[in-house]
Design a protein around this ligand. Structure first.
Ligand SMILES: O=c1ccn([C@@H]2O[C@H](COP(=O)(O)O)[C@@H](O)[C@H]2O)c(=O)[nH]1
Length: 232
C-alpha cells in the first residue's frame, strides 16, 4: 500500500535535497516543498527534483493575499507538475472562491485550506482570534472553507477528530506530528503518528523528526518507523 506519510523537505542545499529524496523515495512517494526550499533553490527546481524521482509534490505555499493576486499565482503554480497546494483560509471567502475558480477544469491539483497553524498555542490563538479554544477557531475556518467549496484541510492532530466528523467527505493533511522519541521544536499542537491515525488523518506531514533527527537516526530509519506507526 502507498505510504501516506509526506516528508517535509525543509532543506536548502541542492545536493542534500537530492540525496534525501533519493534515500526516502524508496519508502514514500510524497514530499512537501515549502518556503525554506523554494527560497534557496526556487520553485521550478524544487518541483523538478521531486518529480525526477517519480514522486508527488505537495506545494505548501500557504497563499494569503487579495483574491486577484492569489488567483493569478494559482494559475501559474498549477501549470507546474504539482499534486497538492495550500492557501490560508483566513484570507477570506472571496479569496477562496477565486482560488478555486483559478484551477483549470483539467487540473488534478488538490487545493487545501490551512485552518490554524500547528505552532499556535491556545494562548496565542486567543490573542489573535479572541476565542478561548483553538477548536472554535479551527471549526469556524473549516466551515468557511467548506462552504466556499474546499474539500481538503490542513489541521493539527488536536482538532482533527472534530473536523473529520463534521466534514466527512474531505481529506485531512496533518502536520504537527511528533513520535515519542522526537523533540517538539516550535510545534504547539502536536501528537504522535499513531494518535493522528486514530483521529482520522488522511496524510501526515513530518519534517525534522525525519530529516534532522535528534538521536542521529538515519532519515530512512526514522521514516520507516513513522510509516509503521501510522499504519498500525
Ligand atoms: O499548520 C501547519 C502548516 C504547515 N506546517 C508545515 O509542516 C512542516 C512540519 O515540519 P516539522 O519539522 O515536522 O515540524 C513544516 O514544513 C511546516 O511548514 C506545519 O508545521 N503546521
Amino acid at each position: 500500500m502507498e505510504s501516506k506519510v509526506i516528508v517535509a523537505l525543509d532543506l536548502e542545499d541542492l545536493r542534500e535535497i537530492e540525496e534525501t529524496v533519493r534515500e526516502l523515495s524508496i519508502l514514500t512517494k510524497w514530499f512537501k516543498i515549502g518556503y525554506q526550499m523554494i527560497s534557496s533553490i526556487g520553485i521550478k527546481e524544487s518541483v523538478r527534483i521531486v518529480k525526477s524521482f517519480n514522486c508527488n509534490v505537495f506545494l505548501d505555499m500557504k497563499l494569503y493575499d487579495i483574491p486577484n493576486t492569489v488567483a493569478r499565482a494559482i494559475r501559474n503554480l498549477t501549470k507546474l507538475d504539482i499534486d497538492m497546494l495550500t492557501i490560508h483560509i483566513s484570507g477570506g471567502s472571496k479569496m477562496i472562491k477565486e482560488a478555486l475558480k483559478s484551477i483549470d477544469d483539467g487540473s488534478d491539483v488538490k487545493l487545501l485550506g490551512v485552518t490554524l497553524l500547528t505552532s499556535f498555542s491556545k494562548e496565542e490563538a486567543k490573542k489573535i482570534y479572541n476565542q478561548d479554544e483553538t477548536i472554535d477557531v479551527v471549526k469556524k475556518f473549516a466551515r468557511i472553507g467548506y462552504d466556499m467549496g474546499l474539500r481538503g484541510f490542513v489541521c493539527s492532530p488536536h482538532e482533527l477528530k472534530a473536523l473529520k466528523s463534521e466534514f466527512s467527505d474531505c481529506i485531512f493533511v496533518v502536520p504537527g506530528i511528533r513520535p515519542s522519541w522526537s523533540l517538539k521544536n516550535d510545534q504547539e499542537r502536536f501528537a504522535t503518528p499513531y494518535e493522528a491515525k486514530l483521529n482520522g488523518a488522511t496524510y501526515i506531514v513530518v519534517g525534522r523528526p525525519i530529516i534532522k533527527p535528534n538521536n542521529n537516526l538515519k532519515p530512512s530509519y526514522a521514516l520507516k518507523s513513522i510509516i509503521e506507526e501510522f499504519s498500525k
